[in-house]
Design a protein around this ligand. Structure first.
Ligand code: DLL
Length: 414
């Protein structure tokens, strides 16, 4: 069966390469540039011969230069949450939407969601893929779906209580905001599971959410360029995210050299879509940093698993020669009893000598002496994990703005 699944994927790969060669001049030109034709690609081992596709390719061909089907076949557009310039537009055919629904439903099933669940979707609905992606997957499983979308937090809590929400799907930072609001209320909830993703988050934040909300919190990964949520999902064993491997091939490369990393090493995730019709992507550089995990998951499933995303390569700070990801700061702050999970970062100084400022919120107001002790402990934890000294600023409880969607951890950089 395993061999059959593999040969199926390889057949899909050959068909994909032939299809983009015939239908997408941009891909054909890039392949011709490196002297590759569809005849050179027969198994996944040949993938390296193909050129990468980047966010720039999508930008340069905006809005529809990479389309591999006629415009009549498009039934939906989404767009990435780009902050600068034009967004990245993603198109779907009817089959693409079906594939997405199937992939998302399998992810939710893997997480333990069943038709008895009431799923409240507090990811944004609209151009962002979070809301509708989760929505169709959960509906396919037969769940009762509450399309709450993001924000209107008081109403979220009311719906949770009145409709008996058992599964909450939103960003981990929004889940944190909701959990804090809940702590001040006396609500009888049936919540048991959180499907959290769309931004990097740490094990520490998982623990906090699980304790505060009395749930199991699982990680879901995806990106609009590839499809949306549903690319990979944790199971309750929490041993990494299982890849939806019927639909994607993955590689891990060194982001600087573009070469594959050694087995099990961390690097940039590169994804090839096997079944997408409207916008197939070949060797798409996600800029997300992770690794392929060895061995088998305790759930018994032997599908490829990736580690929780450490962060995006373009959000990695280099402070006096040391690489720092916001999730590492989150881990260090989480190890410091007395601090909340709310924080943000600023970088000051000059190119040659950067300083990292960490702004972290205290759980309660303290006496000056107790605050000094807390600060010393946090600085020591940050030093142990990051390997550098940082400027730490402790802020009063509740002073850092809460996020209803993806939180912005790096507020300013050079
Ligand atoms: O965030 C799709 C999504 C929606 C995923 C809902 C999960 C849940 P984009 O807006 O295109 O799409 O952003 C994609 O978000 O490249 C990662 O950098 C980051 N990201 C997504 N999921 C995770 C995760 C959606 N579980 C970008 N952990 C990706 C860390 C994540 N980062």
């Amino acid at each position: 069966m395993k061999g059959k699944a593999k040969s199926n994927r390889e057949r899909k790969l050959r068909e994909l390469v032939k299809r983009v060669w015939e239908n997408v001049p941009h891909y054909r030109a890039k392949m011709e540039d490196v002297g590759v034709t569809p005849h050179d690609i027969s198994t996944a081992r040949d993938l390296w011969k193909l050129p990468f596709t980047t966010k720039e390719d999508l930008r340069n061909t905006y809005p529809s230069g990479l389309l591999a089907c006629s415009k009549e076949k498009i039934v939906r557009f989404h767009a990435s949450s780009g902050t600068t310039g034009k967004p990245t537009v993603v198109a779907y055919t009817r089959n693409d939407l079906q594939t997405w629904t199937d992939a998302m439903a399998s992810c939710l099933k893997r997480a333990g969601v069943t038709s008895s669940d009431v799923v409240q979707i507090a990811y944004g609905y609209g151009l962002f893929t979070g809301g509708l992606g989760l929505h169709y997957g959960a509906e396919k499983l037969g769940c009762a779906v509450i399309p709450a979308s993001g924000g209107f937090s008081e109403r979220q809590l009311m719906l949770m209580e009145d409709l008996g929400t058992s599964v909450l799907a939103c960003t981990p930072s929004y889940a944190l905001k909701l959990s804090e609001m809940l702590q001040q209320k006396n609500k009888a909830l049936k919540l048991r599971l959180g499907i959290f993703g769309a931004e990097p988050w740490s094990e520490t934040l998982r623990k906090t959410l699980e304790e505060n909300l009395k749930i199991t919190a699982l990680d879901v990964y995806g990106l609009s360029e590839i499809m949306g949520p549903g690319v990979a999902m944790e199971c309750p064993a929490k041993m990494g995210l299982h890849l939806a491997q019927d639909f994607f091939l993955v590689e891990i490369i060194n982001p600087e050299t573009g070469q594959p990393v050694k087995e099990g090493e961390e690097g940039e995730l590169v994804i090839t879509t096997l079944t997408k019709e409207a916008l197939p992507l070949i060797r798409y550089r996600t800029r997300d940093i992770t690794k392929i995990l060895p061995g088998k998951c305790d759930c018994g499933d032997s599908s490829t698993r990736i580690a929780r995303i450490r962060g995006r390569s373009d959000e990695m700070l280099i402070i006096r020669g040391v690489n720092v990801f916001p999730t590492q700061v989150e881990t260090a702050l989480g190890k410091t009893f007395g601090l909340s999970c709310h924080y943000y970062l600023e970088v000051t100084g000059s190119e040659g000598h950067k300083d990292l400022h960490v702004y972290s919120e205290m759980l309660e107001n303290l006496s000056p002496e107790a605050e000094e002790r807390l600060k010393a402990k946090a600085i020591s934890n940050l030093h142990n994990i990051l390997g550098i000294r940082v400027e730490l600023h402790l802020l009063p409880p509740g002073s850092i703005e809460r996020s209803d969607g993806k939180s912005k951890r790096i507020r300013s950089t050079l």
